[in-house]
Design a protein. Structure first.
Lengths: 350, 350
C-alpha cells in the first residue's frame, strides 16, 4: 500500500526542516513514480513551513517545482515510461469533471485542486507531501514532460515560477507590438521578463532597485523603469498595454495603475495578501483592469515547457544542498537569490 | 460672438445655486443651438458645486443630462434641423484625432474630452457652462438624437446615468445566459437593472437595504441579494458572470469579489474615490478582474438612446422646479430620490 521515503520536513511552525520518513503510495494503475533529481525553492514553501497562511498541516514536506526520472508506471499509463524526464508542479490532482477542469483550468477546479503538499491525500489519508523528497508518486494527468535539450536543474522552477508568469502572458494575449511591464525582479519577475521578451513584446522591467538594471537587460528587458523615480513614472504614464505584477507582498497599486493605457490590464500574480487602498478613479478613467492569476493548467504548463525547449529558456538558478535549506530560506526572504534556489536531491542520499 | 443666457450657477464653494447670466457662443458652422427643456441632476453636479474634487471653477453652471429642441444649426450641420428633439451628455468636444476618439471612445480622449461644464471653453475662453440653463450651443458631433416615442422628461438622465451603465454592460458583452449583479440601487443602479434585464441577463440587485427589494423587482431584477446578510452572500459566492458596481463612495470591494465566478469581472462606475484595502488573493484565486468605466462614447450613447426608443426604456424621475434644486441636492446626498431628479427648465423662465 505505501512505501517509506526519505524527505525533509518541518514538524511545527517554529521547527527547522529536518530529515523525516514519509510514506508514498504504491503505484496504482494511473500513477507515475518519479525519482526526484531537483526541486526548486518557492517563496510559498517558506510561507507554509512557517504557517503564514494559517493552514499548514505538519509535518510539511515542501516543494512543488519537481523534476526527476520515471522509475515506474501503473498499468493504465501509456504517456510515460521508465527513464522519462518529467516534472510535477503545484498540483497533483483535481476533480477532472467541473467546468474549470474540463477547460484545462485545473488550478481553478471548483472542487479544489489537490496541492502537491499540504493538500488532502485521498490515497493514504492525511495530507500530501512535496518534493523535498527522494521519490513521489503522482497521477499521470498531473505529470509533465520535461524537454531533454535544456539544462535539467534549471527547469525545475518552470513548474511554478515559470507557469505563474507564462499563463497570464498567454491568457491576455501578450505578444509583438505590446509594451509590457514586469514589476519586481525575483523568481517570478525574471521569468516574466524572459517570457515576455521571447513572445516578442517590448519589455520594461519596473523595479525600485537601480542596481538590478543590468541584470534585467541581460534577461531580456528593453528598458528599466525605476518605480521610485516620479519623473520616470510620469514619462511612462498611460503607456503600457500590460503589466505583470510579481510583487509578493501588499503594496500600493495606484502608481502602477497610472502606467496602464486605455483598456490595459495589470495582473497580480504574487501578492496573495491584503493590498493598500487604491483610487477607483484610476481604473474608471481609462477603463483599466486589475486582475489576478494563479499558476496555470496542466495543458498550458506542458505548452510552456515545450516552448522553453524550443526557445532554450530556463530559469537562473543557484544550486544548493538540502542541508543548506534554512540559509536559502533566509536569503529568499531577503531577496538575495538570482533568481531561484534549486535543491540537488542527490544531497538527500549522502 | 456671444449671447447672454439665463442660468443657475454656484459662485463659490459654499454658495447656493442662484440665477446668473452666462454667455453662450453664437452659432459657428458646426454648431447646434438647443433650447433646453429638461436637465437631470447628477450626483457629480453636487460634487462640483461643492468643489469636492478640488477642480471646480466658479461660477459653476451644472447639468450634463440635457434634453431640448434644436433652435438653430450652423451652415455645415446636416444631421440636425430646427425642431429636432436632441440631447447633450457629459462631453461637448474632444480632439477627434487621437486613437481613442478614432475608436469612438471620446470619453477617453488622450487630449482630454471637454466636459459639458467646468471644462476649458475654446470658443469664449474661461470654462464651459452646463444645462441648468435656458440654452446651449454644442458642436454637432456631440449632439444626440432623442427618440420622440418615449417620455421626454424621463430621457434626460439617460445622457449620464444611462450611458454610464449601458457602456460597461455592452463592452463586457453582457446578455442572455449571464448572471449579472447590480450593486447599489440609485440613479445609476436603477438603469443598470433595467438595461441588464432588457439585454436578457438574469439580474440580481445587490443592496444593503431590504426595503428596496420590491422596487428592484419592479425595475427588472429577478432576485435581490442583501449584501449585509453573510449567509446570502455565501450562497451566491463565485456565481456571478458580471458585477456592475454603482456605489458612489469608497467601500470594501472584497465581499463583492467573492461573488465573482472564474474569469468574471466587476466594473466600478460610481466610486471616483479611494477604495478600501482589498485582498490580492481574491482576484488571484479565480482569475477575477476589477475594472473601471466612465460614461460612454457618442456613437455608443446614440445606440443606447435608440435601444431605449425601441424597448420603451426611460429613467424613473422626480420632476422639480429649478428653485427646488438645493432641497433636491440634499435628498440626492441622502439617497432619497427614485431615482433621478429632473429639472423642468420652463421653471427658469417664470
Amino acid at each position: 500500500m505505501a512505501t517509506n521515503v526519505n524527505a525533509y520536513a518541518a514538524q511545527s511552525s517554529d521547527a527547522d526542516l529536518k530529515p523525516f520518513d514519509i510514506k508514498r503510495r504504491n503505484l496504482t494503475a494511473d500513477d507515475v513514480q518519479i525519482e526526484i533529481e531537483y526541486c526548486g525553492v518557492c517563496h510559498s514553501d517558506i510561507h507554509q513551513v512557517r504557517n503564514d497562511w494559517k493552514n499548514s498541516q505538519y509535518p510539511v514536506v515542501p516543494g512543488h517545482e519537481i523534476v526527476g526520472r520515471v522509475t515506474g508506471v501503473g498499468d493504465d499509463v501509456s504517456n510515460f515510461s521508465e527513464g522519462d524526464l518529467v516534472g510535477v508542479g503545484c498540483m497533483v490532482d483535481s476533480c477532472q469533471t467541473c467546468p474549470a477542469c474540463e477547460n484545462d483550468l485545473e488550478q481553478y477546479c471548483e472542487n479544489g485542486a489537490v496541492m502537491t503538499y499540504n493538500g488532502p491525500d485521498e490515497h493514504l489519508g492525511g495530507h500530501t507531501y512535496g518534493g523535498y523528497s527522494e521519490k513521489i508518486v503522482v497521477d499521470k494527468e498531473f505529470v509533465l514532460s520535461i524537454p531533454e535539450n535544456i539544462d535539467t536543474k534549471a527547469t525545475a522552477p518552470l513548474l511554478c515560477a515559470g507557469i505563474t508568469t507564462w499563463s497570464p502572458l498567454k491568457h491576455w494575449d501578450v505578444g509583438e507590438g505590446d509594451k509590457v511591464g514586469v514589476i519586481g525582479l525575483g523568481g517570478l519577475g525574471h521569468m516574466g521578463v524572459k517570457f515576455a521578451d521571447a513572445l516578442g513584446a517590448e519589455v520594461v522591467m519596473i523595479t525600485r532597485s537601480p542596481e538590478k538594471a543590468d541584470d534585467a537587460k541581460r534577461l531580456g528587458a528593453d528598458k528599466v523603469l525605476i518605480s521610485t523615480d516620479e519623473q520616470q513614472m510620469q514619462e511612462h504614464a498611460g503607456s503600457f498595454d500590460f503589466l505583470l505584477n510579481t510583487i509578493p507582498v501588499g503594496h500600493d497599486i495606484d502608481p502602477y495603475i497610472q502606467l496602464l493605457g486605455l483598456d490595459a490590464t495589470m495582473v497580480l500574480v504574487g501578492a496573495i495578501e491584503p493590498l493598500d487602498e487604491f483610487h477607483g478613479g484610476g481604473l474608471i478613467m481609462g477603463r483599466k483592469r486589475v486582475a489576478g492569476s494563479v499558476i496555470g493548467g496542466i495543458k498550458e504548463t506542458q505548452e510552456m515547457l515545450d516552448f522553453c525547449g524550443e526557445h532554450d529558456i530556463t530559469c537562473d538558478v543557484e544550486m544548493i544542498d538540502i542541508r543548506e535549506i534554512n540559509e536559502a530560506y533566509e536569503r529568499v526572504v531577503n531577496s538575495d537569490v538570482k533568481y531561484r534556489f534549486v535543491i540537488d536531491m542527490d544531497s538527500l542520499k549522502s
